[in-house]
Design a protein around this ligand. Structure first.
Ligand code: SF4
Length: 334
């Protein structure tokens, strides 16, 4: 059901990449298949809400983030921002207002920062390219405001530094400041703390939570780490091989998971105490299979210790298993 407070809505989003076939495929003009990186995702994010998208490497979570920030084009479905269909909007000038309102924070702050630019130029760059300031005074004010909001205080101590003169945590704060400078309404943060020390992680998470509280900004937090998702998010969506398998409040997903994959992820995290599911399932074995070879039926069945015949034949529907808690598993019918 669409919600009036939704700032972002994904409807059946698909990203399929065609596979280059062999000689015979080309001679016979025969499709060689596709990598189904994202395979029909429905997800909404409300204004001021933090939603965590959780999954292992290869689950498609970064591709979802790239679709939202218009760095990747979906091959099916719709992307709605404040009710407006943005799916086929393309081109620098057509996308300028959208890029102003939706920003992305990347995982590797060192890669994301130009080593030859000062902190001032890095944070000023989106303000200049999106033409959001009228003069140098305004530019300096906005850069200073963004650095302070990202916890780089006093801003004057940082503006003339280069990335190599900053610690890992400070570099990630500069990346956050660059995203904040344009005053976005939605930030997509792709594993923003995974390369930082544990002590710095908590500080960066607190910066993101404070920004949400202060500006009512929405945040899609992409991570492989369920405990981290629980710490920061209002809701958690669990992604497996291009499909959402479970979604609900952070507490429900963490302490009352209903999908075997979520339970397995949960069991792999001993730092969350009082796990009622620990005895029910063995730890997760193996890795997410290639998105070029999605199994028939439930795509989790090759790794699921609870799989039965129907799981190998039919894909389970997503059904309500609690208050705003959805799960896609045939066991929900039993
Ligand atoms: Fe496991 Fe079957 Fe549920 Fe899939 S549908 S998660 S294979 S029990």
């Amino acid at each position: 059901m669409p919600d009036a407070a939704d700032i972002l809505r994904l409807e059946s989003i698909k990203v399929h990449f065609p596979i280059q076939g062999g000689l015979f495929d080309r001679v016979l003009n025969r499709p060689a298949g596709a990598v189904r990186a994202v395979d029909g995702i429905d997800l909404n994010v409300r204004r001021g809400e933090i939603v965590a998208l959780v999954g292992e490497s290869g689950s498609g979570k970064t591709t979802v983030g790239r679709v939202i920030t218009k760095l990747a084009q979906p091959t099916g479905g719709r992307l709605l921002f404040e009710g407006r269909d943005m799916t086929s909007v393309q081109g620098t000038s057509a996308l300028r207002p959208y890029r102003h309102r939706v920003q992305m924070i990347f995982q590797d702050a060192y890669q994301a920062l130009n080593p030859r630019h000062t902190v001032f130029d890095i944070v000023a760059e989106p303000l200049r390219s999106l033409r959001l300031v009228k003069n140098g005074t305004q530019l300096a004010e906005r850069v200073s405001e963004a650095l302070a909001a990202a916890g780089l205080n006093p801003p004057g101590d940082f503006v003339s530094r280069f990335p190599h003169e900053l610690s890992g945590g400070q570099r990630q704060r500069v990346v956050i400041a660059g995203a904040l400078a344009v005053r976005p309404e939605l930030i997509v943060a792709d594993e923003p703390v995974s390369m930082l020390d544990v002590s710095i992680r908590a500080q960066i998470l607190q910066v993101l939570i404070d920004l949400r509280d202060k500006y009512n900004m929405a945040l899609l937090f992409i991570t492989h780490d369920l405990p981290l998702a629980w710490l920061i998010a209002d809701r958690i969506a669990v992604l497996y091989l291009g499909r959402l398998v479970e979604i609900g409040s952070a507490d429900e997903i963490t302490f009352n998971p209903r999908h075997p994959y979520t339970i397995a992820l949960r069991n792999a995290t001993p730092q969350i105490g009082g796990n009622p599911c620990r005895a029910e399932l063995p730890a997760l074995q193996g890795e997410v299979p290639s998105a070029a070879r999605v199994p028939k039926g439930c795509r989790f069945h090759p790794r699921c210790p609870l799989a039965f015949d129907r799981c190998r034949q039919e894909e389970p529907p997503t059904v309500e298993v609690g208050s705003r808690h959805m799960s896609a598993c045939w066991l929900n019918e039993r």
